[in-house]
Ligand binder design. Sequence first.
Ligand code: ADP
Ligand code: ASP
Ligand code: MG
Length: 411
Amino acid sequence: MSRLVMKFGGTSVADLERIRNVAAHVKREVEAGSEVAVVVSAMAGKTNELIAWCKDAGSYFDNPEYDAVVASGELVTAGLLALVLKDVGLQARSWAGWQIPLITNDAHGSARIEKIDGRNLVDGFRRGEIAVVAGFQGLHASTNRVTTLGRGGSDTSAVALAAAIDAGRCDIYTDVDGVYTTDPRVVSKARRLDKVSFEEMLEMASLGAKVLQERSVEVALLHKVRLYVRSSFDDPAHPKPGTLICDEEEIVEQQIVTGIAFSRDEAQITLREVADKPGVAAAIFVPLADANINVDMIIQVVSDDTTTTDITFTVPAAEFERSMEILEARRQAIGYAKLNGAQDVVKISAIGIGMRSHSGVAARAFKALAEKGINIRAITTSEIKFSMLIDEPYTELAVRTLHTLYGLDAK
Ligand code: ADP
Ligand code: ASP
Ligand code: MG
């Protein structure tokens, strides 16, 4: 008998009518003879609401309690879907992460999955039961506390569960019918891809395409899970296959650039007139690393006098204030003249395994953006992608320009 994990995101379970529609998709697969585990997200907007409540609760921020609160959204959806499935004559039960159990480390708020015991769910399958699993959550065993897996983490719950129960497929149902060349809500000419390689999908997810959480792609790659992204809004009686995330060898037609991603989750920091001598970069970046702040793009410009330099880098937007405080506190030790920050910036990236074998791909982008009057503040490149930091108001123009430049527009 085939085994399948189906995951439904927030918009797909936004109200009872949508949950009934999810039940119709599940029923179809059960009737086709599959053993099914369904992973659900919180109803649309719920997690944001719960996070806001935690913030309003007081100035004391306690990560385990934050997780206890935000994990509740998924529990509600799991229970409701189990009720609706029973209503259409199927056997089902809901599972909280700790009941499975899905074991994580203790990094509350962005915990990593360490182990999943699939036996309880498999026993349920033998009784003819559909497992409805609350996504996004797990258990840190030795402290006996609920953890959550970071925003978008239900994708990772689903893929890890598929590996644990040896499912032949993991279908991520969402509000778009697959992975596109760029966010279809921003670029109307975005094109759906039939297949995307694991490597490209990893880059796209890490560079801002939130259609899959990055870790879910890592887990799929590691355990060779057959992963599809598809739409819950398709007619349950006539579903479309969606996009397959697969090995590069499975993709016949390779483009040089496969997709354009963008992330508004960036902030830029510049230190002006820093002494140009050994040890300065360490004086800046070691304290940031010690504070667990992830520095991304770095550029250093030597000034005319050749004794000082300007250093610019980016940090996640959420870490901007903390980074500025750390650097201000170390003004003497680092020895800079001025500290500037900018939060109205965006990182635009082009991704494609074809870049390995083609040169000048990024240079074409620099020229195209220059022609549109868009200033590039920082650049980074690696084997299969390059990223540029630009001013936020130019986001759409820049994404559309690159999308056309690399021949990605839908015909
Ligand atoms: P869910 O709630 O189902 O997890 P998400 O909102 O997390 O859904 O992810 C789906 C959204 O991802 C889409 O609505 C789309 O706007 C966005 N997205 C960004 N980049 C892409 C892309 N390259 N392909 C498809 N969707 C994308
Ligand atoms: N509900 C969580 C979030 O909004 C997890 C998820 O939907 O994947 O981030
Ligand atoms: Mg998501």
